[in-house]
Design a protein around this ligand. Structure first.
Ligand code: G1P
Length: 286
């Protein structure tokens, strides 16, 4: 079954990015010459996604406006002969739509994804966490990972989660995959697929079941919505996506896919600054 829907949760306040994120949504902070979320949307579109659902917050409508056509500005630019500039602002293909729903209460990532159900309906769908930006410049384009996961879902019907081997010191920041055997996987040059038995959210190194961290790209069978609707708050008092994923694994099984190329955490100040320098450097050719 071909997947054309993707949910992107954007309602979070980005407290790790203060003070930058006080008045500007963290998703609109620049990576080089474009806002971070523009690369995430481009990744989704290049993998074949047509219907993008932002799960947004009332104070972050600037994200919706960025992807809208500002016809006043468009008319003004064209009247002055600045056609190329105007064309560059209306960059989404005409068959791609961006819809926005609201997450009025900060009840967790699982709750945010569930808010997308009103638009996605009965279809399978992808989820992209916008804090994570895949490297669009090197390594055969990180965005090919999502295309690989979508193709595998179309072939097997099994849900797919992108993972990347991380250093011991970073294990506690991520959801970590539990495989059939406790395996340590080296980063390779291809998408490797493993049968996954569950995930542990942000474990200590001692209890971590592998070194494979959830990167923030998911392809789900629609049944995940039923499990999310039944999920009760757990870690941090929030409705965790990880809990619904474990329920889905119990019912249908699931694959993890190792990531090709690099990724950046644009939701954390130190890695955001490194990402900014990398993107700016590539765009300046230095
Ligand atoms: C979320 C997920 C976690 C994943 C991470 C990737 O955590 O819950 O499993 O590894 O995104 O960035 P967050 O960073 O929102 O706390």
């Amino acid at each position: 079954m071909k997947i054309t829907h993707a949910i992107i949760p954007t309602a979070g306040f980005g407290t790790r990015m203060l003070p930058l994120s006080k008045a500007v949504p963290k998703e609109l902070l620049p990576l080089g010459s474009r806002p971070a979320i523009a690369y995430v949307i481009e990744e989704a579109v290049s993998a074949g996604i047509k219907n993008i659902v932002l799960v947004n917050h009332a104070q972050k409508t600037a994200i919706e406006n960025y992807f809208d056509i500002n016809s006043e500005l468009d008319t003004q630019l064209r009247a002055k002969g600045k056609e190329t500039l105007a064309d560059g602002l209306n960059f989404l293909p005409s068959d791609v739509s961006i819809t926005s729903v609201r997450q009025g209460k900060p009840l967790g990532l699982g709750h945010a994804v569930l808010q997308g159900r009103a638009v996605v309906g009965d279809a399978p769908f992808a989820v992209l966490l916008p804090d994570v930006v895949l490297d669009p410049f090197t390594g055969g384009y990180g965005r090919d990972n999502l295309a690989f996961m979508l193709a595998r879902f179309a072939k097997t019907g099994r849900s797919q989660i992108l993972v990347d081997p991380v250093a011991d010191g970073d294990i506690h920041k991520y959801g970590i995959a539990r495989l059939a055997n406790k395996e340590m996987v080296a980063k390779g040059n291809s998408n490797q697929v493993f049968d996954v038995q569950g995930f542990v959210e942000k474990p200590s190194l001692e209890v971590a079941p592998s070194n494979l961290a959830v990167v923030g790209r998911y392809v789900f069978d629609n049944a995940i919505f039923d499990y999310l609707a039944k999920t009760v708050p757990s870690v941090g008092g929030e409705i965790q996506l990880t809990d619904a994923i474990d329920a889905l694994i119990g019912a249908q099984g699931m694959d993890v896919v190792t990531m090709m190329g690099g990724s950046f955490d644009a939701g954390d100040m130190e890695s955001y600054l490194k990402a900014f320098m990398y993107f700016a450097g590539r765009q300046l050719g230095v």
